[in-house]
Design a protein around this ligand. Structure first.
Ligand code: DGL
Length: 270
């Protein structure tokens, strides 16, 4: 049996394209509908109630596209608003749990760092999940919201002095606490993984939540017999096409998006 309906993926903006990239790599025959809430990004600096309402609206938009599974490709939504998915009629995958599992598998000294947005860090989602599975772990959490802006502005080269300076400041607690594994808990950070690695050194393992999540999506589709063997179409919706839209989207997806596949969507508010 197979299911040819698309996978729905959403994010506060375009950052979720880093997760989408990994899902496409892992599941090339799946159709995908992506929604980026570009008119309301960032979510990472907002309060929990607002993030939950936005997440619910984003999920409803994807359901209107008849998706078979929803991925919250946003660290902030996944940590602050996972309960908005409780009454969804389709399977839901968030990006925290699988990154935590990958970090627990990778760490040798049980010292794990989390780099994410302010809202994600405030939620304590990673830390709680890590400590549940590894009670004697030392978890160091750092909020690195400025790094989101640097990526969006295109300061992504591993030798960029501005980015390196910001990374050095943010990862200092990781170095002080001798972490050997860092979860990149925000969509944008895989783009500057090389710069982060350059500062932390190659012995520190960086966990890309897109990779961990893509494997979970594949496993879920296989288990529920929902795989599509003949798709591969990708449709992108955004709530606003800002001036830098194309540039930012191609940085995050790692390839140009065909203009014909992008639509502006009006979201029904709750
Ligand atoms: N997508 C968000 C995340 O992964 C980063 C951008 C934002 O703050 O909305 O947390």
């Amino acid at each position: 049996m197979s299911d040819n309906r698309p996978i729905g993926i959403f994010d506060s903006g375009l950052g979720g394209l880093t997760v989408t990239k990994e899902i496409i790599r892992c599941l090339p025959n799946e159709d995908i509908v992506y929604f980026g809430d570009t008119s309301r990004v960032p979510y990472g600096t907002k309060g929990a109630q607002t993030i939950k309402r936005y997440a619910k609206e984003d999920e409803r938009f994807l359901l209107s596209k008849d998706v078979k599974l929803i991925v919250a490709a946003c660290g902030t939504v996944s940590s602050v608003a996972p309960d908005t998915a409780l009454d969804l009629p389709v399977p839901f995958i968030e990006v925290i749990s699988h990154s935590v599992d990958a970090a627990i598998k990778a760490t040798k000294n049980k010292k794990i760092g989390v780099l994410a947005t302010a809202a994600t860090i405030k939620s304590g989602a990673h830390k709680n999940k890590i400590l549940k599975k590894m009670p004697d772990a030392l978890v160091t959490e750092v909020s690195g919201s400025l790094l989101v802006s640097l990526v969006e502005e295109g300061f992504t080269d591993k030798n960029d002095p501005l980015t390196l300076e910001a990374v050095k400041k943010y990862v200092k607690p990781f170095i002080e606490n001798k972490v050997d594994t860092v979860i990149l808990g925000c969509t944008h950070f895989p783009i500057i993984a090389e710069a982060i690695s350059k500062v932390l050194g190659e012995n520190v393992t960086l966990i890309n939540m897109g990779v961990a999540t893509a494997l979970a999506v594949k496993e879920t589709l296989c288990r529920l017999d929902l795989l599509n063997n003949s798709g591969g179409n990708h449709r992108f919706y955004v709530s606003d096409k800002g001036a830098e839209f194309k540039k930012t989207a191609s940085i995050l997806l790692g390839e140009e998006i065909d203009e014909n596949n992008i639509e502006t969507a009006v979201i029904d508010t709750i």
